[in-house]
Design a protein. Structure first.
Length: 299
């Protein structure tokens, strides 16, 4: 009998886990498959680990990190542990509806697809400013990257073993899963659904964390910012040259204009030096070859 693995990254989800477990357990039992549920405790500071240990079910595994390494690390640990023929990463807050799993499994069994992904068609319940920047991110990343990323795509997807093996073959420590999922390719069908509110707890994604995550995605899958920095530098050199020539022939000299040009040039220099520094920092971290996560305990 084929086996289905559910991978659930958790960070301070003590309120959501009992509800999630009850719903996912019922869903998987009705699918009549062998299955396992792998919870990855990402260094939670609440009672998440205690609750996971209290679940008396031989089909439930848990992995607990030595500290908080981030969702990307937790997802990777779960995928590496998963033994199923089909694997699905899911959030514990039930914003990824378990009711879609039977539909996703049926598609992979009856149609010529390797993966069934999910995407939100609405961002109901999110702050408007956050939704705006999210849409802008996808527009930008799809223009400057060779890897297409679907707007509203979730990490929640059901993948065949061949897809997961391809994902695990990418050993980079600076991971951006949405980009990695797209990079490995394979035939993917998308299921759309409206945004669902969390069943319990609060989101761990602040605006600043989302911004840094977006930067991670851009730096991981595009070198366009480096090219833009060169073009902008050349443009400002050209503008400065034209202004200087104009002042020379017209006889108009203004200290303020010269000062403005100098300030702009310095400002751009700092901005683009920062962009280059980000890329260099990623290379530096990759060269250290540190483990992406450290396991404190698991069952």
């Amino acid at each position: 009998m084929e086996k289905l693995s559910i991978v659930v990254p958790c960070y301070n989800e003590e309120a959501a886990i009992p509800i999630f477990y009850k719903v996912i357990k019922e869903t998987l039992e009705n699918m009549k498959l062998k299955y396992e549920i792998i919870f990855v405790d990402d260094g939670s500071k609440d009672k998440t680990l205690e609750i996971l240990k209290s679940i008396k079910d031989d089909k439930v595994k848990y992995i607990s990190f030595s500290r908080n390494f981030g969702k990307e690390a937790a997802m990777l640990a779960g995928l590496e542990e998963a033994a199923g023929d089909y694997i699905a990463p899911m959030d514990a807050d039930l914003q990824d509806p378990p009711s879609l799993l039977p539909v996703m499994y049926d598609i992979l069994k009856t149609e010529d697809f390797d993966c069934v992904g999910t995407r939100r068609v609405t961002r109901k319940g999110e702050p408007k400013i956050r939704s705006f920047f999210a849409r802008m991110f996808y527009r930008i990343i799809n223009k400057i990257s060779k890897v297409e990323m679907v707007d509203g795509a979730r990490d929640f997807r059901l993948m065949k073993r061949c897809v997961v093996d391809a994902i695990l073959s990418l050993k980079e420590c600076n991971r951006y899963s949405k980009g990695i999922f797209s990079f490995v390719g394979f035939k993917t069908k998308w299921l759309e659904y409206e945004n669902i509110e969390r069943v319990a707890g609060t989101t761990k994604w602040s605006f600043w964390k989302l911004f840094l995550y977006a930067v991670e995605g851009i730096v991981s899958f595009s070198v366009a910012p480096l090219s833009i920095s060169i073009l902008m530098g050349l443009l400002f050199i050209l503008i400065s040259f034209i202004i200087l020539i104009t002042m020379f022939f017209v006889g108009f000299s203004s200290t303020l204009i010269l000062l403005t040009i100098i300030i702009n040039c310095f400002g751009l220099s700092f901005v683009f030096t920062g962009i280059v520094s980000i890329y260099l920092s990623k290379l530096f971290l990759e060269s250290k070859n540190r483990p992406i996560y450290i396991v404190r305990e698991k069952n």
